[in-house]
Ligand binder design. Sequence first.
Ligand SMILES: Nc1ncnc2c1ncn2[C@@H]1O[C@H](COP(=O)(O)OP(=O)(O)OP(=O)(O)O)[C@@H](O)[C@H]1O
Ligand SMILES: [Mg+2]
Length: 443
Amino acid sequence: MNIPMPQVKPITQDNTKLQSEVIGLFKSGDLKWNTGGTIQEKKDGLNCVLQGLRKLQLWIEREYDVEKKKSLQNQYDARREETCKRLETLEKYEKGEIVQDTSGNGGSNQQQQKKQGEKDTKSELSNALSDAIVKDKPNVKWTDIAGLEAAKSALQEAVLLPIKFPDFFEGARTPWKGILMYGPPGTGKTYLAKACATEAEGTFFSVSSADLISKYVGESEKLIKTLFTMAREQKPSIIFIDEIDSMCGARGEGQNDASRRVITEFLVQMQGVGHDDKGVLVLGATNLPWALDTAIRRRFEKRIYIPLPDVQAREYMIQNSLKQTKTTLTKEQFEDLAVKTEGYSGSDISVLVRDAVYEPVRKLQSAKKFKQIPVNGQLKWTPVAENEDGTPKTFMELSQGDIAIPDVCYNDFLLALKKSKKSVSQDQLGDFEKWTKEFGQEG
Ligand SMILES: Nc1ncnc2c1ncn2[C@@H]1O[C@H](COP(=O)(O)OP(=O)(O)OP(=O)(O)O)[C@@H](O)[C@H]1O
Ligand SMILES: [Mg+2]
């Protein structure tokens, strides 16, 4: 018997209707979302799209063409994701986190999202840099710095005068925009910058490569741009970049793209078109000036050599660092120490002084005999040498209030000098002098 096959309506027929419904719903949903000026209109648009999504789902279930099914599924996923984002945006509208654009422009929402995104990243970047602003003055005064008169006066000229007497700096007399301090390690470059931060009014940004170099592509440039924008907003300001060679080394063959872009951004920001650079000073410090990119070097209009301290500076440094310590040193002995520390850097000298002022404590620790001496009307124990008269004791038997620490003497320095070494070699100095002749200025 021939059983007649039931008449099956071809599925594709149904789908054509579904298809037009889906397209219609998406179209009008998008239109309402994009042009809607009120929250209600946006909500209506979103509802339309949601309806469309439901119909699309139905269509996918009914579709038997595998290829078509796949492409519909992709379309569905993309739509779904977009709708989720729109839902989030709508929530923000409702909470008042986004201000509505009532101009009714098509695509205004996308523009707003973009703007909002830009604002978010900008504030994130400013947050990342807010630590770089020196809020507590480091308390280093100009008088704490020994020697380096030329460097000090150049910095004062660039840092203090334009802020204090802006009227002097008109016409051709423009303040310096970039100052580079270079010299052997431990000669006071960072110390000078600290003095600037203490004495200068305005905002002081202290940044190192760690603050500005990010592992994310493109982020380092944005950080640099943000830094300069912040400096311009809060002028007068000083941007101090310590160890600048690590960021702005010469562009060359072996360099990767990222550091090349960092340098380019620096060049643009330090002397770019369309920026008002008045009131922003970039202060750099390095002990490898020859490693700097040539174009960066040019941006530092003043390049000041910070050399090892001379004999007077060394004497001043030793005397100054013993200001709050009791000593028996005479003027001649100070002079003698200054001569003996030829070739020492500022930092070597501060290590030497610290070592010397520890000598009395060491004496105390190793003493086996003590004697009593009057201090401010009170009898206190002080250590004596083995061959001198005294009571046998160790300092552990005494309490702090009973002890008089001996004053620092010339001999303590001689002992410390025997142990100490200078940290800068003659060769290094030669390199700096050569570079100074070519590109620099004595400090
Ligand atoms: N001219 C100076 N006057 C007084 N103290 C100094 C001077 N130079 C250096 N010092 C002392 O040495 C220390 C180290 O100096 P600083 O950190 O400024 O060296 P630097 O030149 O920045 O070295 P680097 O190139 O290694 O960074 C300072 O904290 C300070 O105590
Ligand atoms: Mg330093």
